[in-house]
Ligand binder design. Sequence first.
Ligand code: 2BA
Length: 108
Amino acid sequence: MKLILAVVNNDDSAVVTSALTKEGFFVTKLTTTGGFLMVGNTTLLIGTEDDQIDNIKTILRRYCSTRKQINPSSSSFGKSLDNQGIAEEVTVGGATFFVLSVDSYEKL
Ligand code: 2BA
């Protein structure tokens, strides 16, 4: 059993969550904020069997696209404070994917 944490763009979260649930996966959506851009993103929690990891990756690749985003000069507390207010463009990945081992999983 694995727990996948997938950080995705807010704009992709509805369609990718819908695709995952349609395929029978159980998904929890968390509203999160990236530490660098300090803008909202979505973290999906997906508990699944080991042999389903590749299927989940395929779905995320299909629905989560890479984007260029501007790091706004005035709204972040992260690296941009060091940048003296200079806006910069960064490439935000389609999905950032972590796989964690799960010791136990039960519904009480
Ligand atoms: P943010 O932290 O807002 O980062 C947005 C994008 O800014 C990143 O895209 C990357 O292109 C750039 N970036 C982030 N931190 C940087 C740094 N220290 N120096 C230079 N550039 C940096 P992605 O790598 O695709 O990440 C998208 C979002 O996924 C991140 O939003 C964060 O919420 C999450 N994430 C990515 N890698 C992570 C990690 N190792 N641990 C935890 N969260 C992560």
